[in-house]
Design a protein around this ligand. Structure first.
Ligand SMILES: NC(=O)c1ccc[n+]([C@@H]2O[C@H](COP(=O)([O-])OP(=O)(O)OC[C@H]3O[C@@H](n4cnc5c(N)ncnc54)[C@H](O)[C@@H]3O)[C@@H](O)[C@H]2O)c1
Ligand SMILES: [Fe+2]
Length: 387
């Protein structure tokens, strides 16, 4: 079977990546709309970007309103500002939220309508040039053809996936991640780990995606605790930034599976940060998917150095699941209960969450494809586990 592998046209990584990227940005247009959040302004990241743009005489306007996981109203506002300011290309600086927003704004600028009409549709016309500068090491959105926007009218986190959503330039400089607080470091790092594990165990995995998924798992196992305990560890931050990029490349081409499928509805209805809802779901989803992915999880146990000589494949797979769940535990991710979600509300939402999870198509990529009843039961198990 033939497989398409897509990545951004240009990726600049490492120290001074921002400066180096100006050689590309120079030719991208007359005026950029910078899509970001207030925290990026406060931490001086937007200032670093605008200083670099001033250095090449490039004009810009700043849209700093993507303070949470993005909604369709935030996209509408960004589209209006782009036109008002006479912009002709887009730069995102921030976590996955501003990067997903830049793709959505670009899609609507080029194709019209409202972003709420884009779910499950092919994007017809090419977007303006897009630049993504991640400041978290998590989503990998800088290298994916995916954008996730919440339609607040229907309470659905829409999964938009189209090769036209791939950015032209990804600028991955770990210096931008040094200020990420521990709880966000944990959630975003576990999002990247989930991408890598799901990409590797997806039914759509192929040799090119395996290379990136395996490399990401190795880096994350070796560095996630270091960045959580010491956010100023530049070397470990660099490894995590590269791992998030690799995991993004992997899943963008081979798809996520049951964890992300079940996670988006929790995020949409209960406003749980994306990485946290993935992390809690790992405790029920990894044991669920394991029987369909024994060989692949066993491989990972070997790569991560946790398989002992002579272990049977099933024991290796179990060791990998246990080691992953130990990592989640060590990073103190809050449970759904600790996040203040009420039992009655959660159980009432299970039918909608199940329907939305299945409608996204992600659970169907799992090597053990879940039925509606199984997903409902996994949500119940998740609540009972107190994870
Ligand atoms: N497009 C994709 O391929 C893809 C993949 C996974 C997740 N997502 C989406 O990405 C979104 C989540 O992105 P995220 O996890 O990066 O979080 P985020 O962008 O929502 O940021 C989380 C918090 O961290 C803060 N922050 C970001 N960078 C910081 C820094 N350097 N220093 C201090 N604080 C910083 C932000 O201000 C915000 O408060 C979700 O909507 C999720 O669904 C997209
Ligand atoms: Fe994710």
């Amino acid at each position: 079977m033939a497989n398409l592998f897509s990545i951004p046209k240009n990726i600049v990584t490492g120290a001074e990546a921002l400066q180096k990227s100006m050689a590309y940005i120079e030719g991208y247009g007359k005026k950029a709309l910078i899509v970001t959040d207030e925290a990026m302004v406060k931490y001086g990241n937007v200032g670093k970007l605008t200083a670099a743009l001033d250095g090449i005489g490039k004009k810009y306007a700043v849209y700093p309103a993507i303070n949470t996981e993005p909604t369709h109203a935030m996209i509408d506002e960004g589209v209006a500002l782009y036109a008002e300011e006479g912009c002709d290309f887009l730069i995102a600086i921030g976590g996955g939220s501003p990067i997903d927003s830049v793709k959505a704004i670009g899609a609507v600028v080029a194709n019209g309508g409202s972003i709420t009409e884009y779910a499950g549709k092919k994007i017809e016309l090419l977007l303006p040039r897009l630049v993504a500068i991640p400041t978290t090491a998590g989503t990998g959105s800088e290298a994916t053809k995916v954008s996730i926007i919440t339609n607040t009218d229907t309470d659905v986190k829409m999964l938009l996936s189209d090769p036209k959503l791939m950015v032209d330039l990804a600028v991955v400089d770990p210096v931008f991640t040094l200020t990420v607080p521990p709880a966000v470091t944990a959630a975003t790092g576990l999002d990247a780990l989930t991408h890598a594990v799901e990409a590797y165990t997806s039914v759509k995995a192929f040799p090119m995606t395996d290379i990136f998924a395996v490399s990401a798992v190795k880096k994350i196992f070796a560095n996630i605790q270091a960045v959580y305990t010491d956010g100023s560890d530049v070397a470990a931050r660099g490894e995590m930034a590269n791992a998030a990029l690799e995991a993004g490349i992997a899943f963008s081409n081979s798809s996520v599976t049951i964890v992300h499928g079940m996670s988006r509805p929790i995020g949409a209805l209960f406003h749980v940060p994306h990485g946290q809802s993935n992390a809690v779901l790992l405790s029920v989803c990894l044991p669920y998917l394991k029987p369909g992915a024994v060989e692949r999880l066993n491989d990972r146990a070997h790569t991560a150095g946790i398989a002992e000589p002579g272990m049977a494949p099933d024991e290796g797979a179990e060791a990998f699941v246990a080691a992953t769940l130990d990592i989640v535990k060590s990073l103190h991710v809050p449970s759904l209960q600790q996040l203040g979600i009420q039992e009655e509300d959660f159980f009432k939402a299970i039918p909608k969450m199940t329907e939305d999870a299945l409608a996204s198509g992600s659970p169907g990529n799992t090597r053990r494809s879940p039925s509606k009843e199984e997903i409902e039961s996994l949500y119940r198990e998740l609540w009972a586990s107190g994870a």
